[in-house]
Design a protein. Structure first.
Length: 131
């Protein structure tokens, strides 16, 4: 993107899901990221604030994604026998609820995958703006 801006490229730029993450935007800089289009999940504002208060920076998508999965299996982890194993975890992941609410919105596991909804975004002055 920086090189495209250096040659005064005026067309649309579509970036991967990794670009809207705070640290990626910081390294790219506002002047290079303006008007770049991408997709990104809607992360719970409460999660972002708690994460920021704890770690001093905003989360990317990987933290909320991991948190959503751990939250899904936490009850079994807490109440399970002391010999919790990978087989027990796999069994649990194969029997996920049909839907559940997470820091990434309502999630509907399908075929042993846990997809989360992505939304079109545009970067403006270093901020992710949902379209």
């Amino acid at each position: 993107i920086k090189q495209a801006r250096e040659i005064d490229y005026q067309g649309n730029v579509l970036a991967s899901i990794s670009l809207p993450q705070p640290r990626s935007l910081e390294s790219l800089g506002n002047e290079n990221s303006n008007n770049v289009k991408s997709v990104y999940p809607k992360i719970s504002p409460e999660f972002i604030q708690k994460f920021f208060n704890t770690y001093g920076y905003e989360p990317g998508i990987y933290g909320p994604n991991a948190y959503a999965l751990m939250y899904l299996i936490k009850d079994d982890l807490i109440t399970s026998e002391k010999n919790y194993s990978s087989e027990t975890l796999l069994k649990q992941l194969r029997n996920l609820p049909q839907t559940y609410n997470s820091v990434l919105g309502t999630v509907k596991p399908q075929n042993q995958e846990i997809p989360f909804e992505l939304f079109p975004v545009e970067i403006q002055n270093g901020e992710v703006v949902y379209k």
